[in-house]
Write a protein that binds this ligand. Structure first.
Ligand code: DX5
Ligand code: ZN
Length: 230
């Protein structure tokens, strides 16, 4: 069975008790997803680089998956190149012709490099030169900027498209999905071919985030077993 990484989005956690929220998951998570918003590319603000630095200090072995939803990458990206993130994902929409170069910058700093696309952006708009070097492709399944929105079902068509492309062209990226994921749709989302599943409000608004993750994994495994069965 292929490995699925569960990545809690700390944007959905209590901002006054982020460490407490991480600890409450009792290591049942795989990655920690961290959303950085600039008030321009998305209509909201969240954390800055010093939050990532503090998170790294407290959780030295965690895989910190930083998602940059920001316009002025030339100013902000250097602040994230200190290796406190494990991966950095940037938006294809903000980078235009600089996308390939920016991904290479992240990779040369020794970090995993991802690209993300918003719901209206098509996979076919991402050039091969970018797909072949990306370590992660993050499909936004809601309009980025806010938690607790409704999952956009057609996002799964993009996931399937990425699975076929990866197979046909021997790309190496992991497929990540972010936005509107809950206990009821997580198994179907995993079955569509996602490798990394981000969840914020559903997980952190539950009474027991540890139990949420254990149940999610169980549901996914069950669905995959049934799917594999002839
Ligand atoms: C949205 C962020 C997400 C968000 C997901 O812009 O990128 O990571 O926290 O939250 P939920 O799971 O509540 O949709
Ligand atoms: Zn995110």
């Amino acid at each position: 069975m292929r490995k699925i990484f569960l990545a809690p989005s700390l944007f959905g956690a209590d901002p006054l008790n982020i460490a407490g929220s991480v600890d409450a998951m009792k290591n049942q998570f795989d990655w920690l997803h961290f959303d950085i918003m600039d008030g321009h590319f998305v209509k909201n603000l969240s954390f800055g680089p010093h939050f990532v630095d503090a998170l790294r200090k407290k959780y030295p072995d965690a895989f910190i998956d930083t998602h940059l939803m920001i316009d002025s990458l030339d100013v902000i990206l250097p602040l994230f190149m200190n290796k406190n993130s494990s991966s950095i994902t940037i938006h294809a929409e903000t980078e235009g012709h600089l996308l390939h170069a920016s991904l290479n910058k992240i990779k040369s700093a020794g970090l995993k490099a991802g690209i993300s696309i918003c719901p209206p952006t098509k996979i076919s708009s991402i050039d091969e030169s970018v797909l072949e070097i990306a370590d992660l492709i993050l499909i936004m399944s809601v309009t980025p900027g806010f938690g607790a929105q409704k999952f956009i079902p057609s996002s799964l068509n993009k996931v399937r498209e990425l699975v076929s492309l990866r197979e046909a062209k021997k790309y190496h990226y992991l497929i990540e999905i972010d936005g509107g994921i809950n206990e009821n749709n997580i198994a179907e989302i995993a079955l569509a071919g996602c490798d990394v599943i981000v969840a914020g409000s559903s997980l952190f608004n539950s009474n027991d985030p540890e139990r949420w993750l254990i149940n999610a994994r169980k549901n996914i495994e069950e669905a995959m077993k049934n799917f594999d069965r002839p």
